[in-house]
Design a protein around this ligand. Structure first.
Ligand SMILES: [Zn+2]
Length: 159
């Protein structure tokens, strides 16, 4: 049996919902923060951290019950876990499998690290907007002040 299959068995199967697999090890809590989960409607979230994976060494897995996350929500995850994959589960069976793709432009999830940037103006805050420069590892550039935000600066914002 492959390592992936074994680790899959360690956490219980869900009847309906979303499984996010191949998350960079120890990043699952960052992802829950991005997705703002768990919340009032989505209570049952199972996390498996730092399990072995034949594909990426060590990984995290997230199982979110009774909620099918849409692709725009999921693609934001690529900022933290560029190799993550998604399974939508219905009646215990995966009905849709997808890779997460970081969009060319992202909004609001992270802040510009330039304190003088217009997006950090306390009086007239503007929604941050970034151009994605590299996808793996992810680096983005602020649309307004052109400040480059490196992978480690992105990750710091979710700690
Ligand atoms: Zn900026």
């Amino acid at each position: 049996m492959s390592d992936d299959k074994k680790s899959e068995l360690k956490i219980k199967a869900i009847e309906n919902g979303t499984v996010i697999d191949h998350i960079t090890a120890n990043k699952s809590l960052h992802i829950l923060k991005i997705l703002e989960l768990p919340n009032d409607e989505t209570k049952n979230v199972t996390i498996a951290m730092n399990v072995s994976s034949s594909e990426i060494g060590r990984k995290d897995i997230l199982k979110i019950e009774n909620r099918e996350l849409d692709s725009s929500e999921l693609n934001q995850i690529a900022l933290i876990a560029p190799k993550a994959t998604i399974n939508i589960i219905r009646d215990f069976k995966p009905v849709k499998k997808d890779k997460i793709i970081l969009p060319n432009e992202i909004k609001s999830i992270i802040k510009c690290t330039n304190s003088k940037c217009i997006t950090n103006n306390i009086n007239e805050p503007i929604t941050p907007k970034f151009k994605v420069i590299t996808k793996n590892p992810p680096q983005v550039r602020c649309h307004y002040c052109e400040k480059l935000i490196k992978t480690e600066d992105i990750e710091k914002q979710f700690e």
